[in-house]
Design a protein around this ligand. Structure first.
Ligand code: OGA
Ligand code: MN
Length: 197
């Protein structure tokens, strides 16, 4: 497990974008996917917004994904296994990189066919608690023609990342602009932020 954490952190240190292809075991990814789909079918997801508090708005021209906030209090064994993994990662990150992460927030994300999220930065204008962004994908057998790549912008270039099951992407929330390209199939993920303060 620590070798996954090491991969993520080393990639991040060299490229500003950490990528680990098998951050989740196949088994946990499959269980989380089943949980996500069943919550979606039970109508537990809401349209995602942009901004926070008084600046929160939902604008389907900017993003069309639907979300469900994860919480240990749901007492869901798979969500809690995910939080256990995350807690281990944060201990490792804080002790090796002195990042001072003190909390996090994570949600399931569902992009229906034809959904997208236009170019943006994850940090709010009025709050810099979000230190790192993490996205973990839950889509098996994703193919190029399915679209829905994460496109991350850096200086004069950009990097396309396919949303393949088990993969984790990790970057600084204040620094890298990114977008989600139009997806041709339902696209499932866990998205969250590691926070300071
Ligand atoms: C986000 C986001 C990227 C992705 O939810 O803020 O940029 O690949 N997600 O899902
Ligand atoms: Mn984002």
């Amino acid at each position: 497990m620590h070798s996954n954490f090491e991969t993520l952190i080393e990639n991040f240190a060299t490229n500003q974008i950490g990528i680990c292809d098998h951050f989740l075991s196949e088994e946990l990814a499959a269980k989380l996917k089943i949980d996500l789909i069943s919550l979606f079918q039970d109508d537990q997801f809401n349209s995602a917004g942009t901004g926070n508090h008084e600046t929160l708005q939902t604008n389907q021209l900017i993003r069309k994904d639907k979300i469900y906030w994860l919480d240990r209090n749901h007492n869901n064994p798979f969500q809690n296994s995910f939080f256990d993994l995350l807690d281990d990662f944060i201990v490792y990150l804080n002790s090796t990189c002195f990042t001072g992460i003190t909390g996090y927030e994570f949600h399931y994300t569902y992009y229906e066919k034809d959904s997208f999220y236009k170019k943006h930065i994850d940090q709010f204008k009025n709050n810099n608690d979000r230190a790192f962004s993490m996205i973990i994908y839950l889509n098996e057998n994703w193919k190029k023609e399915d679209g829905g790549e994460l496109n991350i912008f850096q200086c004069n270039s950009s990097q396309l990342i396919s949303p393949l099951s088990g993969k984790c992407v990790f970057f600084k929330s204040s620094e890298l602009a990114h977008e989600v390209l139009v997806t041709q199939l339902p696209r499932l993920s866990i998205t969250g932020w590691l926070k300071t303060n």
